[in-house]
Design a protein around this ligand. Structure first.
Ligand code: FAD
Length: 371
């Protein structure tokens, strides 16, 4: 078999890339070890919060990250109706805003600084007093003093998005090969000629894109060690349809993400270098208590699910998106840490540009960790 472009990995990153490239008319084959969308993608809450995520990055990278993430948010707005029209699957994109709750003066000051920074980037952050907060979102714990409200942030359902993208990709002629592990890259000189699979198959490739989440480290051919490591996240869901929560709600330790089907996703732990997908009761209890400490009414809500996922992370918490410096037709797209859902559309657009000959941007360049 041959394809102009072979994508390794069918998480939301690999699927978004396949969708984009197929839309541009490329001949694409995507190979997925399990079921598309069933990796870390299926564990995500689906928050699309460029502003609130800013604090996770070094100051000098915040503006570039923000620009990239806002472009991705715009990408989701374009993609959701197009996916619904092409596949009939609605991906629960809801731009109903995000609230950051402050429990004390220090947190209020932190949000105020963030609001100033976002204003500099052309955003319209709103600081809410406690009375204004109650009007926007009743039912929150009395300990909160105020909040930062970003009306243009929101969320999507990652599982529905993956399902919809699989259908859209197949309709556009992408060959998706599931339950097939890519085990190696065949090389000649400074080019990959084919990927090989655990079944002994060989798929010849014009270009190869390593979008295998944490497992992208297995395809790292640059000098120095692969920069990817795992930060495990555990989360749970509550039957909270009646709790009246309307938007994404974030505090320093917990977030709440209400879904259209009545589930409330409560997240999430951060556990470095633990690569098991088990959940443990103590951590889930803390998440449950964290949720009730945001909205006491949630104590009445039953737990409907609990799960874990491995965030593919890099030292600066930014993804690696760029062409290999050693292998001319290999492109990396991995390491999206806690923002892979948010950044999927912009990642796909960037990979398409790089596959078409554009250079690597400094923000996500594969060689930025060298030395
Ligand atoms: P994955 O979804 O893991 O996909 C990689 C795929 O590659 C897998 O399906 C795997 O089977 C396949 N693969 C691996 N090895 C091979 C191989 N050798 N051959 C073929 N296929 C292979 N992000 C947000 O933006 N917003 C959120 O609210 C959010 N919440 C999160 C909450 C939790 C609890 C967790 C754990 C993560 C969260 N994230 C969130 C992060 C987000 O889930 C990830 O950044 C994103 O899913 C990464 O997507 P991916 O496609 O790179 O990886």
């Amino acid at each position: 078999m041959h394809a102009d472009i072979v994508i390794i990995g069918g998480g939301l990153i690999g699927l978004a890339i396949a969708h984009r490239l197929a839309g541009d008319g490329a001949d694409v084959c995507l190979i997925e070890a399990g079921q598309p969308g069933a990796g870390t993608t299926s564990a995500a809450a689906g928050m699309l919060c460029p502003g609130f995520e800013l604090a996770h990055f070094a100051a000098e990278k915040q503006e570039s990250f923000h620009r990239f993430a806002m472009a991705s948010l715009a990408g989701w707005r374009e993609m959701a109706p197009a996916l619904a029209e092409a596949t009939g699957i609605h991906i629960d994109l809801r731009m109903s805003g995000a609230l950051g709750l402050a429990a004390n003066e220090k947190e209020l000051a932190g949000f105020s600084t963030l609001a100033g920074r976002l204003s500099d980037f052309g955003r319209r952050p709103v600081m809410l007093s406690r009375d204004e907060l109650d009007q926007l979102q009743p039912g929150l714990h009395e300990r909160f003093r105020g909040a930062l409200y970003l009306a243009d942030e929101g969320q999507v359902d990652p599982r529905l998005a993956a399902t919809s993208m699989v259908a859209a990709c197949e309709a556009m002629g992408v060959r998706i090969i599931g339950q097939t592990n890519v085990t190696g890259l065949d090389k000649e000189g400074d080019r990959v000629t084919a990927v090989t699979t655990g079944d002994g198959e060989r798929v010849a490739a014009g270009q190869v894109i390593a979008a295998a989440g944490l497992a992208s480290r297995n395809f790292w051919l640059e000098p120095g060690p692969a920069p990817f490591f795992s930060i495990k996240g555990q989360a749970l869901s509550l039957a909270a349809g009646a709790a009246g929560l309307a938007c994404v709600i974030r505090t320093s330790g917990t977030y709440l993400c209400p879904k259209a089907d009545g589930r409330l996703v409560v997240g999430a732990t951060e556990e470095r270098d633990i690569e098991t997908l088990t959940t443990d009761e103590d951590r889930l209890d803390s998440l449950y208590e964290g949720a009730a400490a945001i909205a006491p009414g949630l104590k009445e809500c039953a737990v409907t699910g609990a799960w874990a996922g491995l965030r593919p992370t890099t030292p600066d918490r930014l993804p690696v998106i760029g062409r290999s410096l050693r292998v001319r037709n290999l492109i990396y797209a991995g390491g999206h840490h806690r923002n892979g859902i948010l950044l999927a559309p912009a990642t796909a657009r960037l990979v398409a540009a790089i596959a078409g000959g554009a250079g690597n941007p400094a923000l996500t360049a594969p060689d930025r960790f060298a030395g």
